[in-house]
Each structure stands twice: as structure tokens, then as C-alpha cells.
Design a protein around this ligand. Structure first.
Ligand SMILES: C[S@@+](CC[C@H](N)C(=O)[O-])C[C@H]1O[C@@H](n2cnc3c(N)ncnc32)[C@H](O)[C@@H]1O
Length: 439
């Protein structure tokens, strides 16, 4: 039996050298049963998963399969980079209490809406009343539009006025859960109603764009969400899981409000170094909901952002040290950014270890990438860091990423996600790993 097979069978409870880790990951064969390529949008957007677009979100089936394998009903599941809440939604429908944190308040708003089943009659009633109020809008309606130059940058006067009207009407809803439900819907229509270049994740204006009409778009969005809410409510009622606790907190992944040794399973997909600038991507919602007045400050809170790098970093990985040395030869700034990223991820892993109970597992979904022509071996570095912190490899899964879930090309020079038509594109992690480590 090969060493990899030994690990997979749980016979090989030891530490691996840098070279062994690299070989182990390189030799791992793709397990096609984890690609879920046969799943349709309907399968992946079921119940509340389709409420809101979110870059690099999980497909729910990855989470449920891991939770099925590594937990029992009642076990606590945590996601330190919760994103739009996929881990929490799946945990709830499986009767596992769960907690997620995310530094992005927009992610927290979306997650909160997705994990909060509201009685279908109650939310229908709120919707009917809101719809009626929105129907009264005309050119003479008094509207208090927000005064912010960035809002004027992204929205034409007509759409801005209508959006401000919708926003005010939602703000007046007394019930907090219902209000957040509608704000989540409001958030998801902002891009369509703005002049943000529709197909782009980068903040680019398109002066040719005809933005969607806000009221009509909002009502359509809410009708879709009402169907999702009803399905979630019915499913949880059937299973007796309506009261299973799920909590989302706007916090840093290095300070998770969870007791020591209490977590059975962590499922997470960390941000990538200098890939998505979540702060830029979610600026429309952040501006309207006043989560930030200052975008550059908002950016600094994110791990993987290009806006901060520090000195005296603890990489806790010889593989990371080598990557840093190679990068310094090419570009000092990128070397610093990548080192900061690995050092910050190491701090997150310390927090993960603190929370996990003995025997608890952490499943990290991550792919490798390349910057300035140097391979950034995220998966290898993470395994080494976690191992140096005292965790053992329980399993390594390699999966293909169906292209509809992640852009598969990056710009060769900048490392940022690129379009398939771009000249400098290189193929980026069409595969990724699920690193399963045990405390
Ligand atoms: C790849 S996404 C996670 C997507 C998630 N798995 C889902 O299904 O939606 C990574 C997330 O990490 C978050 N993030 C970045 N820096 C963070 C930090 N310092 N603390 C907590 N979350 C952070 C980003 O806001 C983003 O939502």
C-alpha cells in the first residue's frame, strides 16, 4: 500500500517533510466524485443558496458531503471565511449548529438572510405591504437620496432616486429579520441597476449600459427569494431543525467567538492572495448600507488584499520561505504581499487549532496559483503550516472545478482573474484541493 493510501486509511499518523508534502500533493489523483459537475444551477442554488451572487462561493454539495462524513447531528461546525454562508445553510439543514465569521459586512448580511427562515405567511404579508408602498412611486414622490460621490459615480440620477425610495421603504419595516431579508434582495440588484460593467468583477463603468429598472428588478428578486425561504422553512420544519442554531458574526478569522476545543468540523475556503478585492466588489452595497465611507480603509481589513504588507512575518513553513525567496528575485512588492498572506493564514490556523476538539477535522478548500511566473503553492504551504502547529493529515482530495463556479484564467503578470479572451491569460487552478487535517 502506498503512503498516500496509508494516510487515506488513517494508518499513517506522522509528520511529513517539505519534500514529502510536495510529492504527496503532486501524486494525489483527481477524485471526480468531488467535482459535482453533473449538478445544475437548480441543484446548487436550491433553498436559499441562490439569494445573492458571491465570488468563489462553494457548491453546497461539498459542504454537505464533508459534514456527513465527519460530523453527527448536534456537532458544531465553523467557517472562519464564511462568505455568503454556504457552510451555515448546509449545516442547518443537516441539524448541525454552526458559526461563521467574515470581515465583510455584506457577506454577513447575505448569510443572515440565507440562514433565517421566516414564516412564509409573515414574510408574504410584509412583501404585499411593501409592494403596495412601492407602487405609489412617481416623479413627484419625495425621496431622500444619499449624498455620496461614489454613489453618483455608479448610479444615474433616475435609478438612484428609485433605489433611494426602495431603501427608505425597507428601512421602515419594523421586524429585523424581514428587513434584512429585503436588504439582501436590494443588495443583489444594485449591480444590475448601476452602470457597473455587467460581466466584470472589476469596478469598471460602462457608459453604454442601460441599467435595469429598480422597482421591477427588486420585485422579481424578492419573488425568487420568497420561494427559497418557503422551501427552507418547509425543509427545516419537516426535519425538526427550525431551532438549530446558526450564527454569523462580522469579525476577523483570527478572533472567532467560539470556545476552545468545542468544534467538530471546520469547512472553509480562504481568500486567495491578490485575487478578488472583495471590498471593491461589494462597494455598492457597502455604500448604500453605509458599511463604510472610506473604501481604502475597508480594503485593509481583508486577508489576501494587495493593500497591506508587513515586516517581521512568521511564515511557519519552509515551502513558503522558498516561494518568498523566488519572488524577491522577480518583484519585491509581490514577495511581501505573498509573505503577509501566508503569515496571516498561519494566524488563522492557530485560531482554528484552538477551537477544534481533539479528533476534530478542518477541511480547507484551496487551489494553487502563480504570480510573476512563480508557482504559489498554497495547498502545500497550508499543509506544512498546519502540521507545524500539530495537526495531522487525515485526507487530501483533489477535485476539478467546474468552470461555471470559478473563473479559470488569470492575468499572467498581475495574477488577477482575467477574461478568457485576455491576451496575458494563463489557466489558473482548474483543480483544487480539499485539505483535511485532524487535531
Ligand atoms: C473564498 S470566500 C469564501 C466563500 C464561501 N466559502 C462561500 O461559500 O460563500 C473568502 C471570504 O474570506 C473573507 N475574508 C477575507 N479576509 C478576512 C478576514 N480577515 N477575516 C474573515 N474573513 C475574511 C472574504 O470577505 C470572503 O468572503
Amino acid at each position: 500500500m502506498s503512503r498516500l493510501e496509508c494516510i487515506k486509511n488513517g494508518f499513517d499518523n506522522q509528520d511529513y517533510s517539505q519534500r514529502q508534502i510536495t510529492t504527496l500533493l503532486a501524486k494525489t489523483k483527481i477524485d471526480h466524485s468531488w467535482s459535482f459537475s453533473e449538478k445544475t444551477r437548480k441543484d446548487t442554488a436550491y433553498i436559499t443558496h441562490g439569494y445573492h451572487r458571491y465570488p468563489a462561493k462553494f457548491i453546497p454539495q461539498i459542504v454537505s458531503r464533508l459534514a456527513e462524513k465527519y460530523t453527527r447531528e448536534g456537532d458544531l461546525v465553523v467557517d472562519p471565511f464564511g462568505g455568503c454562508g454556504t457552510t451555515l445553510v448546509e449545516s442547518k439543514v443537516m441539524g448541525r449548529p454552526s458559526i461563521a465569521v467574515d470581515i465583510n459586512p455584506v457577506a454577513v448580511l447575505i448569510t443572515k438572510a440565507k440562514i433565517t427562515p421566516i414564516g412564509p405567511c409573515k414574510i408574504e404579508k410584509e412583501f404585499t405591504a411593501l409592494q403596495k408602498r412601492l407602487g405609489t412611486y412617481n416623479e413627484n414622490t419625495k425621496v431622500k437620496a444619499p449624498e455620496h460621490e461614489r454613489i453618483d459615480y455608479w448610479f444615474r440620477a433616475e435609478e438612484k432616486r428609485k433605489l433611494a425610495f426602495i431603501f427608505t421603504e425597507i428601512s421602515e419595516i419594523e421586524d429585523r429579520d424581514s428587513r434584512d431579508f429585503f436588504f439582501c434582495g436590494f443588495s443583489n440588484i444594485l449591480k444590475n441597476c448601476s452602470i457597473w460593467l455587467q460581466k466584470s468583477n472589476k469596478p469598471t463603468r460602462d457608459f453604454e449600459k442601460e441599467p435595469s429598472e429598480p422597482v421591477k428588478t427588486f420585485l422579481k428578486q424578492i419573488k425568487m427569494m420568497l420561494r427559497g425561504n418557503t422551501r427552507l422553512f418547509e425543509l427545516l420544519s419537516e426535519k425538526g431543525y427550525l431551532k438549530v442554531s446558526s450564527k454569523v458574526v462580522c469579525a476577523d478569522a483570527r478572533t472567532i467567538p467560539v470556545k476552545d476545543n468545542s468544534v467538530s468540523l471546520i469547512v472553509t475556503s480562504p481568500p486567495y492572495v491578490t485575487s478578488y478585492e472583495y471590498a471593491d466588489l461589494h462597494q455598492l452595497t457597502a455604500l448604500w448600507l453605509e458599511y463604510t465611507k472610506d473604501l481604502s480603509d475597508f480594503r485593509k481589513r481583508f486577508i489576501g488584499t494587495s493593500s497591506h504588507s508587513k515586516k517581521d512575518l512568521e511564515l511557519n513553513s519552509s515551502i513558503a520561505e522558498n516561494i518568498r525567496k523566488e519572488l524577491i528575485e522577480k518583484d519585491k512588492k509581490t514577495a511581501e504581499e505573498v509573505s503577509t498572506y501566508f503569515s496571516e493564514m498561519n494566524q488563522v490556523f492557530i485560531e482554528m487549532k484552538r477551537m477544534l476538539r481533539k479528533g476534530g477535522k478542518t477541511c480547507i478548500v484551496i487551489g494553487n496559483t502563480s504570480l510573476k511566473g512563480i508557482e504559489i503553492l498554497n495547498a502545500e504551504v497550508f499543509v506544512e503550516q498546519l502540521q507545524n502547529l500539530g495537526l495531522k493529515i487525515a485526507d487530501i482530495i483533489k477535485r476539478e472545478i467546474p468552470s461555471k463556479n470559478l473563473p479559470s484564467v488569470r492575468d499572467e503578470k498581475t495574477g488577477k482573474f482575467a477574461r478568457i479572451t485576455d491576451k496575458n491569460k494563463i489557466y489558473a487552478y482548474p483543480t483544487e484541493y480539499i485539505l483535511i487535517m485532524e487535531k
